[in-house]
Design a protein around this ligand. Sequence first.
Ligand SMILES: C[S@@+](CC[C@H](N)C(=O)[O-])C[C@H]1O[C@@H](n2cnc3c(N)ncnc32)[C@H](O)[C@@H]1O
Length: 347
Amino acid sequence: MTATAPAPVTAPRTLAETAPQVLALVAGYVGHRTVSLGLRSGLLRALADRPGSTADDLADALSLDPFYVSVWCRAAFGAGVLERADGGYRLGDHMATLLLATGSPAFVGGVFGVCEAGEVFDRFEASLSSGERMWWEDTSPEWIAAVAGTGTPFYTRLVPGGLERVPGLAERLTAGCTVVDTACGAGVGAIRLATTYPRCTVVGVDGDAHSIDRARERIAAAGLAGRITLVHSALEDMALGEQATLVINNISMHECRDIDRVAANVMAALEPGGWFVVSDFPFPDTDEGLRSTPGRVMSGIQFFEAQIDDQLLPRSAYDDLLTRHGFTDLGSAQLTPMHALTWGRRP
Ligand SMILES: C[S@@+](CC[C@H](N)C(=O)[O-])C[C@H]1O[C@@H](n2cnc3c(N)ncnc32)[C@H](O)[C@@H]1O
């Protein structure tokens, strides 16, 4: 009989080693609330505009209580969001980009508001025993706006940079063709597509009436009503005809009630050789990934997803889906730790 190596044993940790891990969770919560408050009150924006401001300067500029503002400044400094400068404070390096620059591919400021919305933790906790589900029409207008703010950097990374990673696609988009944004939400992506590819016509499809209304307003305000058509339909019932060179789906494919019916409808909407690009959160499929910072943030998003009866998926689930439906030339790209693309072509 050969001796087998004993299973690795993780040494038990002491109480003193474990306590800081628990307190770090509380510190993260304090940092989160400090940033949210700074975003809503305009304190972060004011510091970006006037670096070196003291708490009194900020309170003066924003008509806030100076003592309260000094408490906020100290907490934001402790969280590493502010640095000391010229007797006052400035934003830490890259904080303006990460927290305030809504047009930047690196913008994460929207995630703070999403995590604090009642649709994430509060409603989940209230429904913990009933397990009551909801759908998009049960969410608030503020939630739809917050989701659009979080989806925007995904579109910014996708259009045009992400789409340029798909072999052969950029040339077709520049030449002009039909592009469909499935689950277009409040219309940010449809506008981005129409403005980036002026020779393309764009179709936005979404199952939520309120989102379609917001998209219609946004598109009209951008003067693009002539080039973007909106369709109010569940993707499971989408019947567009064989017209699209590109179908995209941004942070929504995991939400489909019947992902196989949607993949079949996308295939039917594509011209031969057309592309389907899924842009989504790549949920970790390892324990190590779950313990990573992106994994933990995505686990937060899962509280909302559970209430609409789905979960974020590992990126490989889309390889399986596209393969199952006969897509060819599959490819993928990781754009950030929380954003991956998966694509395939209609044969
Ligand atoms: C997370 S939001 C994303 C919206 C947009 N793509 C963005 O990135 O801002 C999800 C959207 O998908 C839509 N949606 C989810 N599942 C759908 C389905 N099966 N059919 C149609 N729309 C769907 C919802 O109505 C909602 O507007």
